[in-house]
Write a protein that binds this ligand. Structure first.
Ligand code: EPZ
Length: 416
């Protein structure tokens, strides 16, 4: 188990280069299964989640070469269609591999996905969509076996704009017969990135990034090279780091269009923000103002920034109300913040945060990826040293996190 020791109360200044997107890399790595040849991916973040996904790809039979941010995957020799159970449990997004294996081999066996403890995270929408595509599904002893002779395009209407279900339907139907449409599709930029990657391979996907997507099945896909989009959640996290420490932060290699709700909220909180083509500069006030936040599917406020904003608002002037509409258990970090003096009340999906002047240091522990990042933000604001345990959660999704923090003046050590 690893820990961070953070000595806070420094106003952080400087420039941080944002890494490639975790949540675009994972489905794009899975999608490389479909072209049965080589895919060259650039700007892939070197984090736990991408390492595990590439491990699974190798176990399935793919050849993987990695060198600073570039990943070359040759999927010609993949034969296996069962995802190893012990790796399935390690993270949520492994379920995306199912759609890609299904799309190529017309069969797949996998166990229920693991992932952060932020809610039940069922996959009923994925399975219902697979059934509509003519895929036979058997579930026993925790394993799900999907099989069909061929995948036939269908019109699918999602009860909820699920990111993973939208991605899985695209992956399963790129090589299908006929046309598939997805109504009430998720509109997250990571889905647009996946579609751009697949279309570069020769797929026919229209409407990605809107709530109506059309996939026309093709016979064959070709070699491709592709640059993964920047990580908008890491970008929002570093903007909050600047805001919470009365700092002056520039983030580079970002797409400001993906950050609109977060930037608007930070401006409401009193931050001065300047956007250029691929950079965002934030100058924070001495004391932030409280704001209200409601998480929504894209283009609404992203649930993945809920916890880092919650930590930032715990020292704002006034009372903030957060409504978490996407996951039913995404406030675990607040009990750790309370150990640092935060005044937070949770009522179901509502968090009422009464801002105080200063948190104090404490020994706390991370319980999920974004909740762990929230604790880092809180620790950066306190006098003295805070210890954060179980930071493995944080390393799942933030590349070179300590190095980036040190570059802008944070005093942080990693202990094991
Ligand atoms: C993706 O998870 C992201 N993960 C999550 O980021 C992100 O929070 C989420 O989308 C929402 O934006 C990856 O891309 C790897 P969903 P996913 O399916 O696909 C319910 C992070 O921190 N639902 O859009 O699992 C589900 O329970 C992670 O980087 C069903 O009920 O999200 C949740 O309440 C955390 N049935 C809601 O929909 C289903 O079949 C949104 O889930 C599928 C989902």
């Amino acid at each position: 188990m690893y820990s961070y020791i953070i000595e806070g109360n420094h106003s952080l200044q400087g420039s941080v280069e944002i890494s490639g997107s975790k949540n675009a890399s994972l489905p794009i790595i899975a999608a490389s299964i479909l072209n049965k040849t080589t895919s060259k991916l650039y700007n892939v973040p070197n984090i736990q989640d991408t390492k595990i996904t590439l491990e699974i790809m190798k176990l399935l039979g793919a050849k993987v070469k990695k060198a600073n941010g570039k990943v070359q995957i040759n999927t010609k020799d993949i034969k296996k269609t069962q995802i190893p159970e012990e790796l399935m449990g390690k993270m949520r997004s492994t379920v995306i591999l199912a759609g890609a294996i299904l799309g190529r081999f017309k069969e797949v066996t996998f166990s229920y996905p693991g992932g952060c403890d932020i809610g039940a995270r069922p996959i009923d929408l994925h399975l219902k969509a697979f059934e509509k595509l003519g895929i036979n599904i058997e579930e026993n002893y925790g394993f799900i076996r999907c099989k069909c002779d061929k995948i036939i395009g269908a019109d699918i209407d999602l009860d909820f704009p699920s990111v993973g279900a939208t991605e899985n339907i695209i992956l399963a139907t790129v090589l299908a017969e006929g046309v598939t449409t997805i109504s009430n599709a998720a509109m997250e930029p990571e889905i647009e990135d996946l579609a751009k990657f697949l279309n570069k391979m020769g797929a026919k996907i229209e409407g990605a990034g809107t709530n109506f997507i059309t996939i026309t099945g093709v016979q064959k896909l070709k070699e491709v090279s592709y640059q993964i989009m920047p990580d908008r959640i890491e970008a929002g996290t570093f903007l909050c780091i600047g805001a919470a420490t009365a700092g002056n932060i520039e983030i580079t290699n970002v797409n400001p269009e993906h950050l609109v709700p977060a930037i608007h909220k930070l401006q409401e909180m009193g931050c001065m923000i300047e956007e250029k083509k691929n950079t965002v500069q934030l100058i924070a006030p001495k004391r932030l103002k409280a704001v209200d936040i409601k998480t929504m599917p894209y283009p609404g406020f992203p649930t993945d920034l809920q916890s880092v904003f919650g930590a930032t608002l715990s020292i704002a002037k006034g009372t903030s109300v957060i409504v978490e509409n996407i996951f039913e258990n995404r406030y675990k970090y607040t009990s750790e913040l309370k150990k640092m003096g935060a005044k937070i009340q949770i009522e179901g999906k509502i968090a009422v945060i009464k801002g105080i002047r200063k948190l104090h240091n404490a020994k706390v522990e991370a319980s999920d990826l974004r909740g762990g990042a929230a604790l880092v933000i809180a620790a950066l604001t306190t006098k003295g040293k805070t210890q954060i345990d179980k930071i493995e959660y944080i390393l799942r999704g933030y590349e070179n996190f300590e190095q980036k923090l040190r570059k802008i003046g944070a005093k942080i050590q990693k202990l094991n």
